[in-house]
Design a binder for this molecule. Structure first.
Ligand code: SF4
Ligand code: SF4
Length: 135
């Protein structure tokens, strides 16, 4: 079983493509939609967590590429700027997934992008603009 967090981007012509339906029915994958933004006549984006057999996942990637969807790993979406961070730890209190934690020995903030679900709760919590969303 392989688990991946992905950002799937849709050009306007593919907004109606039933992607999650195909991923579940044709490739036997478990799909958890973490976030989605779709505006008429604009690009749509969906953050998903996908679980399944590696072979099926590879086939699903081929399907998504073949229809013209862009698939990127989730880690590219939130940016942490350590040079702006003062390690006040305010953001750790609002992070629901422990993507933001404090190193117990250094007392410095640690950002683990693999746990981030792009909820953006940390952005208003930070007075130093040390975390930004690219979503
Ligand atoms: S966007 Fe949400 S999950 Fe990601 S680091 Fe910020 S608070 Fe945590
Ligand atoms: S709230 Fe901002 S400055 Fe404070 S620890 Fe988090 S990222 Fe750093």
């Amino acid at each position: 079983m392989v688990k991946k967090k992905l950002v799937i981007s849709f050009p306007p012509r593919l907004i109606q493509e039933p992607v999650t339906y195909h991923l579940i029915r044709d490739y036997d994958l478990q799909v958890n939609i973490l976030r989605a933004t779709v505006r008429p006549r604009e690009r749509g984006r969906m953050v998903v967590e996908i679980k399944g057999d590696k072979k099926n996942l590879d086939r699903a990637f081929e399907y998504m590429e073949s229809v013209g969807l862009q698939v990127d790993p989730l880690v590219q979406e939130m940016r942490y700027y350590p040079e702006r961070c003062v390690h006040c730890t305010a953001c750790t209190a609002v992070c629901p997934t422990e993507a933001l934690t404090v190193d117990p020995s250094s007392r410095e903030l640690v950002f683990d992008a693999s746990h981030c679900i792009i909820c953006e709760s940390c952005i208003p919590a930070c007075s130093y603009a040390a975390i930004e969303s690219q979503f």
